[in-house]
Design a protein around this ligand. Structure first.
Ligand SMILES: Nc1ncnc2c1ncn2[C@@H]1O[C@H](COP(=O)(O)OP(=O)(O)OP(=O)(O)O)[C@@H](O)[C@H]1O
Length: 321
């Protein structure tokens, strides 16, 4: 059962210019997307820089306003600040950024950083608060003496774990994680992702992972949404997307996953070349004359692709997919 539903969401930013600083045009950052989030599941929102991923994340947590469309929490709209407050929505949906500390006061101690959401929503005594923060640190594998240290005393991976502790302090249902590990070394990335997985089981959390890299979130996601130019070009289970990618943009993203094994370098070079040719030859089946992404067509119980029509789909299935 989906507790969060996003319906035909659009977020357009005005572009101002000229002498009077008037609106000249709009950036269609998010231009009509639907998304449903179920309990305990992990979703990946993947696309290149500027495709609109962060804007979706921020709109879900209430940091951006929808231009149109709806966000429904247990069937009730949470588009407005008032509705979010009434339903306690801001507690339920948290966001983690690439480096949570870059946006925080470096003069604050860890205890104050993690306790901040608690102070906003819960009336704990000093001792209860200290206990709760210790418990949260323990969940993310950080020692108790971190309490009175400052952000600069930790490594990037440790800081991100502290950020996770803060995000789960209010026992949310959904965490929107915007590139949560992309600033970290590969080995540390795996460690932070493992903590997120562990916590997910314990708290029955849902995640919306935002990433430009299909490789990073591959093992985490149940469902993946591929985003391009403010719209979803393909959506499906992890298997749909990795084993049977249809949209040329998805195929290009998969081909772009870095190949570590040197033996396969030549093979992957050829695949990339082929995918690039597909992109040039089949573009008109996936984008209209103005370069806009078509609406999604359902091609199996779980798999959706944005393609011109059924005939185009056949053409693609016979020739490239
Ligand atoms: N506050 C804003 N005002 C105006 N334009 C914005 C604003 N935020 C984002 N945009 C524009 O909206 C588009 C989508 O941006 P968004 O940050 O959502 O993309 P993204 O896919 O998350 O990219 P990245 O991975 O680089 O963060 C971009 O063209 C961006 O320049």
């Amino acid at each position: 059962m989906s507790f969060l539903e996003i319906k035909d969401l659009k977020v357009h930013y005005p572009i101002r210019g000229g002498f009077f600083h008037t609106i000249q045009d709009y950036t269609y950052a998010v231009d009509g997307v639907d998304l449903s989030i179920d309990e305990g599941k992990t979703y990946g929102l993947i696309g290149e820089s500027g495709s609109g991923k962060t804007t979706i994340g921020k709109t879900i947590v209430g940091l951006e306003k929808p231009t149109s469309g709806k966000i429904l929490y247990n069937g009730q709209t949470v588009n407005s600040k008032r509705a979010r407050k009434k339903l306690g929505y801001n507690k339920e949906v948290q966001m983690i950024f690439q480096d949570v500390f870059s946006s925080l006061d470096p003069r604050k101690k860890v205890i104050d950083i993690i306790a901040e959401p608690l102070r906003n929503y819960e009336n704990l005594t000093k001792e209860e608060e200290r206990k709760k923060v210790l418990e949260l640190l323990n969940i993310v594998g950080m020692p108790g003496d971190s309490l009175y240290k400052y952000p600069h005393e930790f490594s990037g991976g440790q800081r991100q774990r502290i950020g996770i502790a803060r995000a789960i302090a209010l026992n949310p249902k959904l965490i929107v994680a915007d590139e949560p590990v992309s600033a970290l070394d590969l080995s540390v990335q795996a460690q932070v992702l493992n903590y997120l997985k562990k916590i997910q089981k314990e708290f029955n959390l849902s995640y919306l992972f935002i990433s430009h890299d299909l490789g990073v979130v591959k093992h985490m996601c149940d469902y993946i949404y591929i985003m391009h130019r403010g719209r979803f070009v393909e959506a499906g289970t992890r298997e749909d997307i990795y084993n049977n990618p249809i949209h040329i943009y998805t195929r290009r993203l998969i081909a772009a996953i870095p190949e570590i094994d040197v033996k396969n370098k030549e093979k992957y070079y050829m695949i990339r070349k082929k995918v690039e040719e597909e992109y040039n030859n089949y573009s008109s089946l996936f984008y209209d004359e103005d370069g806009k992404v078509f609406d999604l067509i359902q091609i199996s119980d779980t798999h959706y692709v944005a393609i011109k029509d059924k005939e185009a789909l056949k053409n693609v299935e016979n020739n490239i997919a």
